[in-house]
Design a protein around this ligand. Structure first.
Ligand code: UDP
Ligand code: MG
Length: 143
């Protein structure tokens, strides 16, 4: 998910491009103004953290872009492409390392496990599912 700061800063294309160029397949994409219920459900594991109210306020502060990407090792690779939660600790070359300076404005979210990827896809794209299509680049990516 591209967070509101990523949208406002004009980073949507840049962020999508990094996943696309790596070789992952986009199977769902939607710009949306998320509801408080969805934001709180999405981050429910963090609800006891002191930063939770600010985090929910941040996610509700503007439109976000939800995406679903598929591919070999996509969850682990996406977390690497995104970089550490604190952008000042994120390596150069990662999205957060290159494009952000603060944990509370770290431009992008990535699912932390395949199970959470499924859970978040069901939550964010309820009733929409994913788009099944064959990527013709596949034999050029995977032997
Ligand atoms: N966050 C924050 N302060 C913190 C830790 C996290 O504002 O001290 C926010 C930040 O936007 C982060 C999100 O909460 O991306 C979710 O936290 P998590 O630990 O799951 O980090 P992520 O998986 O996004 O790297
Ligand atoms: Mg997380």
């Amino acid at each position: 998910m591209i967070k509101p700061d990523g949208v406002q800063r004009g980073l949507v294309g840049e962020i999508i491009s990094r996943f696309e160029k790596k070789g992952f397949k986009l199977v769902q994409l939607k710009m949306m103004k998320v509801t408080k219920e969805v934001a709180e459900e999405h981050y429910k594991d963090l609800k006891d953290k002191p930063f939770f109210p600010d985090l929910i306020g941040y996610i509700l502060s503007g439109p976000v872009v939800g995406m679903v990407w598929e591919g070999q090792g996509v969850v682990k690779a996406a977390r690497k492409i995104i970089g550490a939660t604190n952008p000042l600790e994120a390596e150069p070359g990662t999205i957060r390392g290159d494009l952000a300076v603060q944990t509370g404005r770290n431009v992008v979210h990535g699912s932390d496990s395949p199970e959470n990827g499924e859970r978040e896809t069901a939550l964010w794209f309820a009733g929409h599912g994913i788009v099944e299509w064959e990527a013709h680049m596949k034999p050029w990516l995977v032997e």
